[in-house]
Design a protein around this ligand. Structure first.
Ligand code: NAG
Ligand code: NAG
Ligand code: NAG
Length: 443
């Protein structure tokens, strides 16, 4: 990105970047719906509109932004950086014209191989970041992932274990029982060491290392920047009952799960996280026969002689944190200092009062790489960007999806249903409230 002379001069004169943006940003675009509410100590701005379902995003080594537009392909966007959140789109090109690409995106450590996913496969292209082009036809890296309904195949290229690509695959709705069979490859996160062979095509069902299974749909996968701990955010089931009673309004909770490390330490790796048998409690007051249950403990839909809340606890891995039901977490990205994870929540469809629809943060201990909140917390999220009136969701709301940090430490976020990309910058090291920040419109 280019930094303008005015921004440099202002920074040299001691003005903060956010003041520069507030005073001097021209051609600011405004969201199609009500202005988002920004947490104190943050500034946010809409910088791209009119995209086709933007999902995962990733900066290349030149600072251009790569975007998976679901049903279209991968597009590449260049900006002029005027400081603060005042970045101006200068050029957009279609990098990969392939309608089957729908969510996953990753770059190799050297930035010269681009990975993107369809429901069935992970593809790799040679990528020239300076020319902004891919070379020829892609090779298939992982295949045999097709299933209905839960179709995202999230990709994460590890920064700690170079050439290890993580691929998350959800359940097959209507055939949940298959997820109890490891070789089905359903409801899992697997790691593939791509350094072994350039030409190998991995079969998802049988190859790679299983980091975790029994996961309904762990769409967001992140790596803690200090410890290398792998975390994923889980979209749990809809329409849950307990002993025949409908408890779906506030249960089960969405989950943050821990999958150990990609190094030689195998502890906390390969466990079963419970789906489709055990689910995390969010609101215990809704649950019949709730003795021994509480936030984050896992429960059985109907206890019987072999499956009880106790066997859920002893035989399956409980979440490290639990979030409100139906929030629909999609991405998780850690700040470079390892003290915060940012999580997008795309929001509910199966709830009387809409829920989710926000960007929130989770505090982490940088040294241990663990969340600060305990597993029974019902208060681990801090809102960063929310919709003004959630009653209007989803129709009149932005729906957060992909996240990426740029080289200046700003956080970029896609919203798929509105075709938007937002930029957020922290303007205070200790924000105090979930309102009171600045959303930049006209100046
Ligand atoms: C793997 O990483 C973890 C977290 O940084 C560390 O505690 C552990 O010792 C590492 N294991 C090996 C074998 O290096
Ligand atoms: C107990 O419930 C589980 C989950 O529904 C089921 O798979 C299992 O067969 C049941 N066991 C018995 C003994 O009914
Ligand atoms: C929020 O939206 C609903 C539905 O459109 C409307 O009835 C309500 O008045 C709105 N609330 C506020 C505070 O604007």
């Amino acid at each position: 990105m280019k930094t303008t002379r005015a921004a440099k001069a202002a920074l040299a004169a001691g003005l903060s970047a956010s003041i520069v943006a507030a005073q001097g940003c021209s051609n600011v675009i405004v969201p199609s719906h009500a202005l988002p509410v920004v947490a104190s100590g943050w500034q946010a701005q809409l910088v791209v509109a009119g995209l086709v379902k933007p999902r995962s995003i990733q900066f290349d080594s030149t600072g251009a932004l790569l975007v998976v537009e679901s049903g279209k392909g991968v597009t590449r966007h260049s900006f002029t950086d005027n400081g603060g959140t005042c970045v101006t789109l200068t050029k957009s090109t279609v990098l990969i014209d392939q309608a089957a690409l729908n969510h996953g995106l990753a770059l190799s450590a050297d930035g010269k191989t681009l990975y993107a996913s369809s429901v069935d496969s992970v593809f790799a292209w040679d990528y020239d970041p300076n020319a902004g082009s891919v070379g020829g036809r892609p090779v298939v890296v992982v295949n045999n992932m097709g299933n209905n309904d839960l179709v995202t195949r999230t990709l994460l290229m590890s920064k700690k274990q170079t050439n290890t690509l993580l691929v998350s695959r959800g359940s097959s709705d209507g055939n949940e029982a298959k997820a109890t069979v490891l070789s089905s490859g359903l409801s899992q996160i697997r790691a593939f060491d791509l350094s072994a062979s350039k030409s190998r095509v991995y079969d998802y069902d049988t190859d790679g290392t299983v980091l975790g299974w029994g996961l309904r749909n762990s769409v967001g996968v992140g790596e803690h920047p200090i410890t290398g701990g792998i975390y994923a955010v889980e979209n749990s089931i809809d329409g849950v009952t307990r002993d025949g009673k409908d408890i779906h309004e506030n249960n089960p909770g969405e989950e943050l799960n821990f999958f150990g490390y990609l190094n030689a330490t195998k502890a906390n790796q390969g466990g079963n996280y419970g789906y489709p048998k055990c689910f995390a409690v969010w609101d215990v007051s809704e649950i019949p026969e709730s003795d021994g249950l509480g936030v984050g403990k896992q429960f059985a839909i109907q206890e019987n002689s072999t499956l009880t809340d106790e066997t859920c606890a002893s035989d399956y891995v409980a979440p490290r944190l639990t979030f409100p039901a139906h929030y629909a977490p999609i991405d998780i990205k850690f700040a470079a200092d390892g003290k915060t994870a940012y999580v997008t929540f795309r929001g509910s469809f199966d709830k009387t009062q809409p829920a989710g629809y926000r960007l929130a943060s989770v505090a982490f201990n940088a040294d241990t790489g663990e969340p600060v909140a305990s597993p029974d917390s019902n208060d681990a999220l801090t809102d960063i960007l929310t919709n003004a009136n959630q009653t209007d969701c989803p129709d009149k709301c932005f729906r957060p999806v992909g996240l990426a940090f740029d080289a200046a430490g700003r956080l970029w976020m896609t919203a798929d249903s509105t075709g938007e990309i937002y930029v957020l910058q922290k303007t205070s090291s200790s924000p105090t409230a979930t309102t009171g920040g600045t959303f930049v419109t006209a100046t």
